[in-house]
Design a binder for this molecule. Structure first.
Ligand SMILES: Nc1ncnc2c1ncn2[C@@H]1O[C@H](COP(=O)(O)OP(=O)(O)O)[C@@H](O)[C@H]1O
Ligand SMILES: [Mg+2]
Length: 234
């Protein structure tokens, strides 16, 4: 019973998150009391026009930026109360990130790119490679393991990046327009593998996207309205 309750506790929680940017031209408040509970394995999309604050929200949720006010909790731990070092540890252990551009290391092949975050965390090379192979296979890249990024198509590169983001078995995958750079057909296959693999791995997903076709895969679709997260009207 307790276990059931625990597994339903949010892996990511935003409470009353505020964020204002100050520039020479003045200040711009992007988040004005954003709230979110993301449950284990839950797939949530964040849609909305460019400039509405999606990346700001994801960076704050991913502990890459601090809110001006409010709380970000990862598995019930208030990230605000932690040192930078402890935040980095949580980020590496609990969170995975995928961006519009893959940021793969050009001189490494697919396996080594996916294994890199594991080896940084001290996992032995043989074990890291085993896990990398499993993920690349799940992403439909079994016969691309030894290719370097430059020898892969854009969609394949992005699938390697997704496999890499899942290497450490994160609880939350944060993806900021991961298919924004791909054509619609490639985008659909990449997203399909992302969601299949995330479901198998029981990873919660928070994904910013312009692609409304994706939203049929989602448990929830949210948008930012006046700096707050609300259900999107599709
Ligand atoms: N570092 C920054 N300094 C000042 N303004 C910023 C900064 N980052 C984002 N903004 C502004 O905040 C708003 C929201 O940006 P962003 O979160 O990137 O939105 P989205 O990802 O939905 O396009 C935009 O108007 C953007 O110009
Ligand atoms: Mg953005």
């Amino acid at each position: 019973m307790t276990e059931t309750l625990n597994t339903r506790a949010p892996v990511l929680r935003l409470k009353n998150v505020h964020r204002t940017y100050h520039t020479g031209e003045g200040s711009l408040t992007v988040l004005k009391g954003a709230n979110l509970d993301l449950r284990p394995g839950e797939m949530t999309a964040l849609v909305g026009p460019s400039g509405s604050g999606k990346s700001t929200l994801l960076h704050t949720a991913g502990l890459l930026e601090y809110p001006d006010e409010g709380v970000v909790e990862i598995e019930g731990i208030d990230a605000q109360s932690l040192s930078d070092g402890a935040r980095t540890k949580i980020r590496r252990a609990k969170l995975g990130f995928v961006y519009q551009f893959h940021h793969l290391l050009a001189e490494l092949n697919a396996i080594d790119n996916v294994a890199a975050p594991l080896m940084i965390n001290g996992v032995k090379k043989s074990q890291a490679h085993e896990r990398a192979k499993e993920l690349l296979e799940a992403m439909g890249l079994k016969d691309r393991e030894h290719h370097q990024p430059g020898q892969l198509s854009g969609g394949e590169q992005q699938r390697v990046a997704i496999a890499r983001s899942l290497a450490n078995k994160p609880r939350v995958l944060i993806a900021d327009e991961p298919t924004g750079n791909l054509d619609p057909r490639t985008s659909a296959t990449v997203i399909q593998s992302l969601f299949d693999t995330a479901r198998t791995e029981h990873v919660a997903v928070l994904i910013a996207t312009h692609n409304l076709d994706l939203t049929s895969y989602m448990d929830r679709v949210l948008t930012l309205s006046d700096g707050q997260l609300v259900d999107a009207e599709l």
